[in-house]
Design a protein around this ligand. Sequence first.
Ligand code: SAM
Length: 294
Amino acid sequence: MSTDPAAPTPPAEQHLSQPVSFVRRGSRLQGRRRQAWAELDDFVIDVPRNTMADTSVDPEYQFDAAAEFDRDAPLVVEVGSGLGEAITHAAELQPDFNFLALEVYKPGLAQTLLRIEQKGLTNVRIAQANAAEALATMLPEGSVSELWVFFPDPWHKTRHRKRRLVKADFAEVAARVLAPGGLWRLATDWSDYAVQMRDVLDASDGFTNVHDGERTGADSPLTQVWDSGVELVVGGAPVREGKDPVSTGNTGVNEGIDTRGGWAPRFDGRTLTSFENKAHEAGRMIFDLTYRKI
Ligand SMILES: C[S@@+](CC[C@H](N)C(=O)[O-])C[C@H]1O[C@@H](n2cnc3c(N)ncnc32)[C@H](O)[C@@H]1O
């Protein structure tokens, strides 16, 4: 370890001082999910831990995709895979790709196992891990063809903003794992998080926006949200997070017209998850972004 106090903190240590992007939810499994976890362990990566937390990753551990999948193939990694709808759908359509789901929520991973079994997939593995740690150390440098972050938790309240996953330090570890030319695909249904993602990735040396300057003005989903005010009032009532209404301040500054654009078309490899469906039902816009690793 460096003893020079002026030396930059390496990515593997940076994430340890960051607030995590998730809340610990119950990890008890019941019924079919419990059975799937016990029986389908061939699909579960046994991640060595370095703390008591079952989401931690021993920084000495290196994921060996060729050994885990028993073949060489391009690797797609989904961060925050939830119930596994998107990753199992994509894995079924793309049997020549290997897919790795990184998720902290064990019941979601167990549900993913059930989908793997139901679809008879052999090209998906799952890991219970904090993605910030997994990307900092577990995944070898340049080993990932595509990285997906779809609908990360929005953390609306100003005091919670630091918990958002997509920020500068995460972009750094994402750039570390992606192969040159590899793609980072992101989607969110909240405009101010979409703006944050665009700001963070545009500012990063590691990436270039595949759709730079596209969908500006009236064609921009951002202009459309600002114009309609759809995020402020949903179903006739103010958007609420917990007990607090989400204020205009928390849903982003209304600049009237988005002249910058940079939004991607909807990624057609992303199936419509129940999560995205809820956003549609509430009338919210979906923002897609695609960046290429330089
Ligand atoms: C809002 S949900 C979206 C789930 C899924 N992507 C979808 O579109 O249905 C966000 C998910 O990210 C997971 N998550 C949050 N922070 C994470 C982290 N640091 N590492 C891995 N998963 C994380 C949460 O547990 C949750 O399941």
